[in-house]
Ligand binder design. Structure first.
Ligand code: OSB
Ligand code: MG
Length: 368
């Protein structure tokens, strides 16, 4: 295979409601979409970097720079046997996994379309229906938080994740547990705490959480290993895990009992699958994290979530929770049982809505 042309576009999409985490608030997404034309088939990918470097060092703008000035020159005109072999062409660029994943996932979609098979088959997925949860941002009041949870449970979602931050933690969890004593519940701190908060973090053990996600520094696996020895609640790592060797270190050190895999953070389907396989060999369950994606990124998340060790509900939920109108058709929908049925069409199995994408596009660059 060979990429004949790469089209980068920046689209702007306003979220239905602002999303607040310990690192900031997002109202409008600036998303880079990538079209990769490979020998007659066109694949689509999404760069999941945020607008600010609050979650990871990458942003929409760094990704555009790295793609245009380093990744395209590295892959331009190069032959590769299959999408599984494409990632190595980008290995000489260090880091910038979200930029790499945008392009790599587009190549996977192109290969699946060329072979006329669904992407989940090409990556080796086995699940036909994936379990779904929701991630609920920090709310202005407990009342609002409880209303949101009520609504998501009524829609069928299998687990609730709430975002926490210092001052917005124990009382919020207390309120949720008082109202919903039995639900599958977890909390995501997005690196808002330090080991000095151990007394507070210990108090979270009483809420019977499925896990606490990324309580400590975004790049500090060792500190999580120290914390995991001191608390009963399972730690799930998100921000810390960018490379396969990070997952290996975290597992060997006992820094987590669960891993959140995000396609962007780990650099695409090749690395995600390798990390999934490693975790599976160590009996560490994984789930698919979300980055407030448009339908393109969401479709790739669904395909990845069909791998057999994605046993916990992910942050992959219906299009209508995020957007007035998603950029794919059909929109992603969730069954009353809180699952997504995996589409059977070729590639990602959802069609990009080109006229809508054109309307949302603020910048476009073609490389050939
Ligand atoms: O930590 O999982 C996270 C959104 C942006 C950045 C980081 C995270 C999140 C979410 C949202 O939790 C998940 C979603 O897409 O619904
Ligand atoms: Mg997280």
């Amino acid at each position: 295979m060979r990429i004949r042309r790469m089209t980068l576009r920046e689209i702007h999409m306003k979220l239905l409601a602002p999303f607040e985490t310990s690192f900031g608030r997002t109202e409008e997404r600036r998303i880079l979409l990538i079209e990769a034309e490979c020998d007659g088939a066109t694949g689509w990918g999404e760069v999941t970097a945020g607008e600010t470097p609050g979650y990871s060092p990458e942003t929409t703008d760094t990704a555009r720079h790295i793609l245009a000035d380093f990744l395209w020159p590295a892959v331009r005109g190069k032959e590769f046997a299959s999408a599984a072999d494409f990632g190595v062409l980008m290995d000489r660029v260090r880091g910038h996994n979200m930029a790499k994943a945008g392009l790599e996932t587009a190549v996977w979609d192109a290969e699946a379309k060329q072979k006329n098979v669904p992407l989940h088959k090409l990556i080796g997925g086995t699940l036909m229906e994936i379990p779904c949860g929701v991630s609920i941002g920090i709310q202005d009041s407990h009342q609002k938080l409880l209303e949101k949870i009520e609504k998501e449970l009524a829609a069928g979602y299998q687990r609730i994740k709430i975002k926490i931050a210092p001052g917005r933690d124990l009382p919020a969890l207390e309120a949720v547990r008082a109202r919903f004593p039995k639900i599958r519940l977890m909390a995501d701190a997005n690196s808002a705490y330090s080991l000095e908060d151990l007394p507070l973090l210990r108090q979270m053990d009483r809420f019977d959480l499925m896990m606490i996600e990324q309580p400590l520094d975004w790049d500090d696996i060792y500190a999580h290993a120290l914390l995991q020895r001191e608390i009963a609640t399972s730690i799930c790592l998100d921000e810390c895990i960018h490379e396969l060797h990070h997952a290996r270190a975290a597992i060997e050190l006992g820094a987590c009992r669960i891993i959140n895999i995000k396609l962007g953070r780990v650099g695409g389907h090749r690395n995600a699958r390798a990390m999934h396989d490693l975790a599976q060999r160590h009996a560490i369950p994984v789930w698919c994290g979300g980055m407030l994606e448009s339908g393109i990124g969401r479709a790739h998340n669904i395909a990845m979530s069909t791998l057999p060790n994605f046993v916990l509900p992910g942050d992959v939920s219906a299009s209508k929770r995020y957007w007035p109108e998603d950029i794919i058709e059909p929109a992603v929908e969730v069954t009353p049982q809180g699952t997504i049925r995996v589409p059977e069409g070729p590639g990602i199995g959802y069609a990009p809505k080109l006229p809508l994408i054109e309307r949302l596009t603020v910048a476009r660059a073609v490389f050939d």
